[in-house]
Each structure stands twice: as C-alpha cells, then as structure tokens.
Write a new protein. Structure first.
Length: 297
C-alpha cells in the first residue's frame, strides 16, 4: 500500500470548546491551548506533549489529531417500511450543517432493505458510489447493460460520470443490509462505468485490505476515480490493525459488526468515527469485529 494519548476532561463544555467543536465538524479547527481533552463526541489527541502554548495556529493544526465519534443513535434517517435508512452525513430529508462531508467523502448510508424490494431505476452523475454488502445480496442493473448480484462481504462500485441510470433490488428472501458510500470524483465528465468483485473475509483477517481505490498501485482493488481508498478488515478480539493514514488525510471508520478502539475512543457497532491529523491509524478490536474504512483527500 502505495504515539498519541487521550486525556478526558470532566468539566462541562464551555462556549470556547463548543465553538472549537463546531469548527472541527467542517474538517478545520484550531486550538490556543496545550491540553488533550474530549467533550460531547469530540476527542482531541495531543501528539506532541512539548507543544508550546504560544505556537501558531498552523503548528497546532499539525500536532493535534481529532476523532469525532458519531454514535449510531445520533444518525439521521427514516424508516420507509421497505427501507430503513440511517445517514452518517446529510442526505435526502436529513440535514445537519456540520455533517455535510468529510474531505471528499459525501455520503455514508446504512441501509436495511426488505426482501423483494429495492430502488427502482434512478439517475446519478459525477459521483463515485461504492456499495459494501453486509448481509444478504443486492442486484444491480443499469442502462449500460451491466447486471450483477453482489453478496455479503463483497463490493460493487459505480462511476456515475456523465450520467447513468440504475436500479438496486434485494431479490433475496431475507433482508439485505448495505453500506453505500459516495465520494466526489477527482474530475467530472468521465464515461460512466460499473464493476463488482468478491472479497473473502478470510483475506482481511487481522489486516486492512484495499477494496476500492483511486490509486493505480492498488492492483487488486476495484478502481474508482477519486483520491481515496475504501478498505476492510476483520479482527479478532484483542487484535490491532494499522493503516498509514497521514496527517493531511480524512479517515472515516464504521464497524459493520463488533466494537473497536482508536486512541482510547470506543467505536461501537455501526457508529462512525471521523479521524484527522493522525499519521498512523491503529484500530484495536474490543470484540470480534468487521470494519470498513474510507481514506479520503
């Protein structure tokens, strides 16, 4: 594939901290003090304990990592009967001005689709759409003539490009659960396309495996047209997997099953964790876990 300590503040959130938290939701934040802390669902991690109180804002941004925990219970969404949808980011009728994107990551939907129902033909344009099937299977068909069934643990990608019309149905006798992820493309106006492939969970045991990537060096991954990777891992309780994120990148991690810990922060099943300013992402399983991770610009 081309050390932090978290200290927890027990005091109530002050107006200053609240303002900092709001700014951080947009992916930008600055701090004028040299403490590590958490408040609400935000966790600030001091990477360099020798940080001067009078360091510039730029230096502070470079030396602090941030983890924003988004509990499953806090997600937006709606239950339509045939579709029970939860949204990690603003989508459809759910709007949170502080959850509109994370870097180039625009959408992460947690969908449960009832048997023999689904999304009828509808259009997309200029978006990279990755679907990870958690249980059941999803059947795709589009106006380019592509058709395929993607089953649990496997991945399909669609580059909407200049425009594509597709349908997604659960043709199974059981509910299908998917994560659907939208990432903004690096360029617009490209030809549309679709692809899918299996990713056996055993191949991801104890480590991150790239499932979809915009980097040519990831030969085994499904191609997407964006400066991003989608990765998966399966961990036994107590195992740790590392990923070289880089301080300029935006990571978003969701356990499909099980609970994990990042720098002392617990992320439960289907919770989201928005991570930035962290050189190396270390994920430890608190119980057997299946993880999906996006690394975006």
């Amino acid at each position: 594939m081309c050390k932090a300590m978290a200290a927890r503040a027990k005091d109530p959130v002050s107006a200053t901290f609240a303002n900092t938290a709001q700014a951080s939701r947009s992916g930008k934040f600055g701090m004028s003090f040299s403490v590590s802390m958490h408040f609400d669902h935000f966790h600030f991690l001091m990477i360099d304990p020798s940080l001067s109180l009078f360091s510039s804002k730029t230096k502070l941004q470079r030396r602090y990592a941030m983890i924003e925990l988004r509990p499953f219970s806090s997600l937006g969404g709606a239950n339509h009967g045939w579709l029970n949808a939860k949204h990690h980011f603003s989508f459809a009728g759910y709007h949170d001005p502080y959850r509109t994107h994370w870097g180039s990551l625009r959408v992460w939907n947690d969908d449960t689709i009832a048997p023999h129902t689904g999304f009828p033909p509808h259009p997309h344009r200029d978006m990279e759409i990755i679907t990870y099937v958690r249980t059941g299977a999803i059947t795709h068909e589009d106006n380019l003539g592509n058709k395929g069934r993607t089953s649990a643990g496997d991945v399909q990608v669609m580059s909407a490009g200049t425009g594509i019309v597709h349908s997604e149905y659960n043709r199974e006798d059981e509910a299908t659960q998917i994560f659907q992820i939208w990432i903004e493309p690096a360029s617009r106006g490209e030809a549309p396309g679709w692809g899918a492939r299996p990713f056996p969970k055993g191949d991801r045991a104890g480590r991150f495996v790239t499932l979809a990537s915009g980097f040519g060096c990831d030969k085994e991954a499904l191609p997407i047209r964006t400066d991003a990777r989608v990765l998966g891992a399966t961990l036994k309780a107590g195992q740790t997997a590392e990923y070289p994120l880089g301080t300029e990148r935006h990571a978003y991690l969701v356990p499909a099953a099980g609970a994990v810990e990042i720098e002392g922060v617990r992320i439960g099943p289907r919770d989201g964790a928005a991570v930035s300013k962290l050189e190396t992402l270390r994920v430890t399983a608190l119980e057997d876990a299946e993880i999906l991770l996006v690394d975006a610009a």
